[in-house]
Design a protein around this ligand. Structure first.
Ligand SMILES: *Cc1c(COP(=O)(O)O)cnc(C)c1O
Length: 460
């Protein structure tokens, strides 16, 4: 077989896509020429139909030009999946971006007074309204919120932290290292499983600047344990004239225990306890965009705002627009729960998830794929994002087996599909957990399964 030249392939693409500039075809044409050469060499390809050649060309064109960052389907059952972009945002919030993005905005312009304003004002009011905090500041993410707060409150001085709270969050966020980068001296107290108030008390000296409490996020210590409560730490700070900071990690505004889920400290409770500075993420339990939120006493928030580091970690206008939108939903708890996808998924009832799984199963069944088995299974979903580490959310999924294709082999093909589907590959079955699936996903997944079976030449 003669391999067509790159120029010939480009001309074929130009006929298929007459609107597209000719230069956009170079790379896809090279990719296809390369594929054909390999197929000829390794598989002894003799001929290729025009139809198949066009299919290869169009696929190469799409692969090459589509955005690298794109939507995926999350069938893992992990709601706040850091690798999958954490919190999906409500579509209504994105519509607001259409107003801010292509136009000018009052990002740093005070419309009342007709002079320079502050970008932080857009969310300061709502944050104070929701939490009763004296002051509020938002930055790029919680890691930078912790960094700038430590640097402002305790540079060159000692910060006392319980040994049980010297956590690593993932990536490279480890409390001892953040402490070093903030220019603070870490003073560990207590033991891994037990830290008492007197451990903190005994460690205080003239060089102590701050008492820090860190939410244990993605792990829990169970059994013979003791940790000092926020209230006790605040009382100690008052007695010794030291500020107290809490890195809450997830930061949620809703008391989950009211709904029969396990207790996660709420932002309001921590502020009420009198903590001087609280930090948390925008894209974990809050369900918003990536951001770091800092709340606390006015004097400390003002000092943090003026730290030159603030400019390096500042929040951008798209994030602010999203954050303001999400925060305002929290003015009414029911509205928040029904409109913020992360909360909707956490509060989904197992029966409703089961119905979703059954719909997916029906849609798959309707396509007549060569299935060896297809069934509804009970699964265990997780909040993820370091929140509620011990909380298992009872969930349902669809488990399937395709003849002559291992779950791992199928998963690889699902990952490479468009849109990619990330599921759970078990030993015998591939499982789609239904908790994080959106309505449209219930149609897309069967379509993609069908495509995969067609490409493999499988028929039932
Ligand atoms: C997640 C987390 C962080 C980091 O927050 P990002 O928003 O990912 O930067 C810091 N501290 C704790 C306790 C966390 O759980």
């Amino acid at each position: 077989m003669r391999i067509p030249s790159v120029h010939e392939l480009k001309e074929r693409l130009a006929k298929l896509l007459p609107e597209v500039p000719f230069s956009f075809f170079t790379e896809p044409a090279r990719m296809v020429a390369q594929t054909l050469r390999e197929k000829k060499l390794k598989e002894g390809l003799k001929t290729i139909s025009d139809k198949e050649l066009d299919r290869l060309l169009l696929k190469a064109f799409e692969d090459y030009h589509r955005p690298h960052l794109r939507r995926v389907i999350n069938a893992t059952g992990i709601i706040i999946h850091t690798n999958l972009g954490r919190a999906p945002l409500p579509s209504a919030a994105i519509i607001h971006l259409l107003d801010i993005g292509p136009h000018y905005s009052n990002l740093e312009y005070n419309l009342e007074e007709g002079k320079r304003g502050s970008r932080y004002e857009h969310v300061e009011g709502i944050l104070r309204e929701l939490t009763n905090a004296e002051g509020a500041l938002v930055v790029n993410n919680n890691a930078s919120a912790v960094l700038i707060s430590l640097n402002t409150l305790a540079q060159g001085k000692e910060v006392i932290v319980s040994r049980g709270e010297l956590v690593e969050i993932g990536g490279s966020f480890r409390i001892p290292e953040v402490m070093r980068w903030a220019g603070c001296i870490l003073k560990e107290v207590g033991t891994t499983n037990k830290t008492h108030l007197h451990d903190y008390e005994n460690a205080i000296n003239e060089n102590t600047a701050l008492l820090l409490k860190v939410h244990k996020s993605n792990y829990a210590i169970v059994g013979f344990t003791k940790e000092v409560s926020t209230e006790e730490l605040v009382a100690l700070g008052k007695k010794r004239g030291l500020p107290v900071m809490e890195d809450l990690g997830s930061g949620c505004f809703i008391d989950f225990s009211k709904y029969g889920l396990s207790k996660e400290p709420t932002v309001q409770e921590v502020v009420k306890a009198g903590v001087d500075v609280v930090t948390f993420s925008g894209d974990k339990l809050l369900g918003g965009p990536q951001a770091g939120i800092i709340l606390g006493k006015k004097e400390f928030i003002e000092r943090i705002r003026k730290n030159p580091l603030n400019r390096a970690i500042r929040i951008d206008k798209f994030t602010l627009a999203m954050l303001e939108y999400i925060l305002k939903l929290y003015r009414d708890e029911a509205i928040a729960i029904n409109n913020i996808p992360v909360l909707e998924m956490i509060f989904s009832k197992p029966d409703d998830i089961k119905k979703k799984a059954q719909r997916l199963k029906r849609n798959i069944n309707a396509l007549g794929l060569p299935l060896e088995d297809l069934k509804i299974v009970q699964t265990t979903a997780k909040t993820g994002g370091g929140a509620l580490p011990l909380l298992d959310l009872p969930s349902y999924g669809v488990a399937l087996k395709i003849k002559d294709l291992s779950p791992q082999g199928l998963h690889e093909r699902l990952r490479k599909a468009n849109p990619p589907i990330i599921a759970i590959a078990e030993e015998d079955y591939l499982v789609f957990d239904a908790r994080c699936l959106f309505d449209q996903d219930l149609n897309i997944i069967p379509e993609i399964l069908k495509q995969i079976c067609n490409e493999l030449g499988f028929t039932s």
